[in-house]
Design a protein around this ligand. Structure first.
Ligand SMILES: [Zn+2]
Length: 72
């Protein structure tokens, strides 16, 4: 199934991965996002453990974003 994880605002970067479970998704998102984090958030000083828990709490299951989208 598809998982997606969006950077905190104002960054609009979204990482999408295909994984079978939550643990696999976290690993894949961290790998996929590593380059972006280095380039766009080089000042972000968080440990791998912090990053992992942030991804876990931010990521969303499912390919369709319409359910999760919130327009203020
Ligand atoms: Zn970002």
């Amino acid at each position: 199934m598809e998982y997606s994880c969006q950077c905190p605002p104002p960054c609009t970067y979204e990482i999408k991965v295909e994984a079978n479970n939550d643990d696999e998704a976290v690993e894949k998102i961290m790998q996929a996002g590593a380059t972006h984090i280095k380039e766009a958030h080089s000042d972000m000083k968080i440990s791998e453990e912090q990053m992992r828990s942030m991804v876990r709490s931010n990521m969303k299951k499912g390919g369709c974003a319409c359910m999760a989208k919130k327009n203020p």
